[in-house]
Design a protein around this ligand. Structure first.
Ligand SMILES: *[C@@H]1O[C@H](CO)[C@@H](O)[C@H](O)[C@H]1NC(C)=O
Ligand SMILES: *[C@@H]1O[C@H](CO)[C@@H](O)[C@H](O)[C@H]1NC(C)=O
Ligand SMILES: *[C@@H]1O[C@H](CO)[C@@H](O)[C@H](O)[C@H]1NC(C)=O
Length: 467
């Protein structure tokens, strides 16, 4: 049961490594939004300029509410109620969404912050949570381009006939509200939608299949809801940048094409995914930056293809049922900062090549059945980077009992680890690390999306730019 060792090449000369600290943007959303208007996606193909003075077209879609009635002569001395403003809209596109918004407003069951009190009159672009911009197909006017209800705690039984009836919407963020129901298939008709954040609501039912055809969509966040069933395999061929489906009730084996995904950030944590990590994951080597698979019931051996993820900084498959040794290929994860495999059934020797990874800030391998560590790994234990508590490593403190270790029977692998275990798909560095001065925390972005229900707010710079 002891695994072969991944031999670390001898140290011949020492090189000077320059570490470029990449500051991940504070907000993932800002990836798509940083210097741009609502209709500019992260790929910038819809480029629309902001700031050409809005043309007030003043299309008179008079809905005839404008005539105030004079107070009756005997009325007591109350000041007359303010006259409702005539509904003269800036343009036809805003006129069209007015009844949609007001129908939705009537359906709202809770509004603890009084947000909807601002949803009055014809100036829709001034309603709290609503943002306007020039639509891609007409630079001369403003349309309803974005909605940001993050944190408003609005309640409504459904978003049906609301979001799907806002034809110019590009961004819909509704983190931390009490919206419920299923997602209407009609959202497929929203041609400009590229960010959809429905996280931390009370949505239920199947995965919103309507998103599958939406090729403009780049950000999909449905975490912290009660979606059930399976995630369609096609979502992994869709040109998304971010896919967050953690903290739902998805229950299935991971689709074999998972590695076809072009996303940079993938979190499927805290669901009930079973079976092996698909070997295709290596196909995402150029793009995948953070992968969070923790707290599922994934089983089988770690495919060596994970070691191909040369862009990855975070790989977290903690608390699953994974078994086998750690493949030597993991020594190729040169950008890796946070590698968490704690709480599985891994065994063998911890590869020295993994402990030699220069950017590691946190290597968590506790609660497994590893039996030995080499000198490089021992150094990491000393530095507090590597945690091997509750394994079967003779001579180290806080290990499992001898009885527990001898009673361990590893799970089975759908493909035997033997042939691929020692395969190293890269040239390992010639020298053991002159370790860099790390920040004490890995620069993880997605971890916050698993541990917290919240989404970051829309950047203020963007808010200021619009309206
Ligand atoms: C929109 O609201 C702001 C204050 O929030 C106000 O200064 C501005 O005049 C309003 N615009 C219109 C067109 O009412
Ligand atoms: C994706 O991965 C699978 C399994 O590793 C491999 O057989 C296939 O050739 C890969 N496809 C591409 C396009 O790289
Ligand atoms: C390392 O990562 C594990 C798993 O994500 C986490 O539980 C632990 O607190 C981290 N350790 C440090 C020192 O940050």
């Amino acid at each position: 049961m002891t695994a072969k060792t991944c031999i670390h090449p001898l140290f011949t000369n020492s090189l000077v490594f320059i570490f470029i600290i990449t500051l991940l943007p504070c907000f993932l959303h800002a990836q798509g939004l940083k210097n741009t208007a609502f209709y500019e996606t992260s790929t910038g193909t819809l480029g629309i300029s902001v700031g050409a003075g809005g043309v007030s077209v003043g299309v008179g879609v008079g809905v005839g509410v404008g005539i105030g009635s004079a107070p009756a002569p005997e009325a007591p001395n109350y000041p007359p109620p303010p006259e409702p403003e005539p509904l003269i809209f800036e343009n036809e596109r805003l006129a069209v969404v007015y009844p949609v918004i007001h129908r939705f407003k009537k359906s709202i069951t809770s509004d603890p912050h009084g947000i909807t009190n601002t949803w009055v009159g014809p100036r829709i672009c001034n309603y709290t949570g609503f943002y306007c911009d020039h639509p891609p197909d007409d630079n001369s006017l403003r349309a309803l381009a974005g909605i940001d209800f993050n944190g408003y705690q609005l309640g409504a039984p459904t978003l049906d006939d609301f979001v799907d009836q806002l034809p110019d919407i590009a961004i819909f963020h509704a983190n931390t509200n009490n919206f419920a129901g299923a997602i209407s298939p009609k959202i497929a008709q929203l041609r400009y939608l590229y960010e959809l954040d429905l996280s931390n609501n009370k949505f239920s039912g199947q995965f919103p299949m309507a998103v599958l055809g939406m090729d403009g969509l780049s950000f999909l966040d449905i975490r912290f809801n009660s979606f059930t069933g399976t995630v369609p395999a096609q979502i992994f061929t869709q040109p998304l940048d971010v896919l967050f489906i953690n903290n739902n009730n998805f229950m299935q084996t991971l689709p074999a094409n998972l590695g076809s995904t072009p996303v940079r950030y993938l979190t499927i944590a805290n669901n009930r995914f079973v079976g092996p990590i698909p070997r295709s994951i290596g196909n995402a080597s150029a793009t995948l930056v953070e992968v969070l698979l923790l707290n599922n019931q994934l089983s089988g051996c770690l495919p060596y293809e994970i070691g191909l993820l040369r862009s990855a900084t975070v790989f977290d498959a903690g608390n699953n049922l994974l078994t086998g040794p750690i493949p030597c290929s993991f020594g190729c994860l040169e950008k890796m900062e946070l590698l968490n495999l704690a709480g599985n059934q891994l065994y063998g020797q911890i590869p020295e090549a993994v402990c030699a990874l220069r950017n590691l800030v946190n290597l968590s391998l506790s609660d497994n059945y590893f039996t030995s560590v080499g000198p490089t790994c021992r150094n990491l234990i000393k530095n507090g980077v590597l945690n091997v508590n509750n394994n079967c490593i003779h001579g180290l403190p806080n290990q499992r009992s001898v009885g527990e270790c001898s009673a361990f029977h590893p799970g089975s692998c759908p493909y035997p680890p033997s042939y691929s275990f020692s395969f190293i798909p890269c040239e390992l560095p010639q020298s053991p690390p002159p370790r860099s001065i790390h920040s004490s925390k890995p620069s993880t972005t997605t971890a916050a999306f698993v541990s917290s229900h919240r989404s970051p707010p829309l950047p203020q710079s963007l808010k200021n730019k619009l309206n």
